[in-house]
Design a protein around this ligand. Structure first.
Ligand SMILES: C[S@@+](CC[C@H](N)C(=O)[O-])C[C@H]1O[C@@H](n2cnc3c(N)ncnc32)[C@H](O)[C@@H]1O
Length: 259
């Protein structure tokens, strides 16, 4: 498999430590409750990467499942489970085509992972697959960039930042040097991790493609997939911030309820 930004799970895990995962899991729990799902006994994190959400839900007593296509991420999640077990299970699968033994109460797809669905067909197939994996009345929460970033109508998300942890400094340039195809709505660029440590200086570079998904396209794809209703939408990791065009609303976080 070609290198991707997800071929380096440990580095990815450091790079995204600006996110407070415990707080984010509190938010997901509250957002699900507002959509009518008051108890989460089981959940799946789609495109789980290091599995911070599914491991935290497992820690809280739910059956947590992490699903990812990248074998390195699955190995890393299993290593974390060996070091500090939570009971979370990791599956190496494509989120466009998977089956669970038991449907779950909650599915989540965070950090714009859904933008890796590059075509309408992939997105619809994915939404239908998640529909089969979630119980009736269950909830699917997705996190994407705000449309102002998608349509270049302002800038609220950073594409370059630096994190320090585990004795390493990781500078991230996400989807940089990119070109945008307005017909497919796909951005093609490079993601670069510059990693420095006591005896280390390394640049890890991989190609990346992401689809720019605005609110209108998202609504249309949900309708085309069928079986879901949009129960709400938030603009950041807080149920007190609705999805709108204010400065504090910097993400697009729809909550789907399975019909
Ligand atoms: C942006 S990371 C998100 C990781 C984690 N959920 C988070 O919020 O930080 C996207 C993850 O999706 C995975 N991925 C990409 N395409 C996928 C697919 N078709 N099926 C399953 N996982 C996929 C990547 O390997 C990567 O680990």
């Amino acid at each position: 498999m070609a290198q991707t930004p997800y071929s380096y799970p440990f580095i990815y895990d450091i790079a995204f430590r600006w996110r407070d995962y415990e707080n984010a899991c509190d938010f997901l729990t509250q957002a699900a409750a507002e959509a009518g799902l008051s108890k989460i006994d089981s959940m799946i994190e789609l495109g789980c990467g290091p599995g911070q959400y599914c491991r935290e839900f497992s820690r809280r007593g739910a059956v947590g499942v992490g699903l990812d296509l990248q074998p390195e991420m699955i190995t890393y999640g299993n290593q974390l489970e060996t070091q500090s077990p939570t009971g979370c299970v990791f599956l190496e699968r494509d989120m466009r085509m998977f089956e669970l033994e038991e449907p779950v109460d909650l599915a989540v797809c965070m950090m714009a992972t859904i933008c890796l669905m590059l075509t309408n067909e992939d997105m619809i197939q994915h939404l239908r697959e998640v529909h089969r994996a979630v119980k009736p009345g269950g909830v699917y929460i997705l996190e994407m960039g705000h449309p102002r970033d998608v349509f270049n109508a302002g800038e609220s998300q950073q594409t370059e930042w630096e994190m320090e942890a585990e004795g390493l400094s990781v500078k991230v340039q996400w989807n940089t040097d990119s070109s945008f195809d307005p017909l497919t709505q796909i951005t093609t660029g490079v993601t670069r991790y510059t990693v420095t440590g006591p005896n280390l200086s390394e640049i890890l570079e991989s190609p990346v493609q992401e689809r720019a998904i605005g609110w209108g396209l998202f609504q249309a794809l949900v309708a085309a997939a069928g079986g879901w209703e949009i129960a709400g939408a938030y603009g950041t990791i807080s149920t007190s911030q609705p999805f709108d065009n204010s400065k504090d609303s910097w993400r697009m976080i729809p909550v789907l309820r399975r019909l």
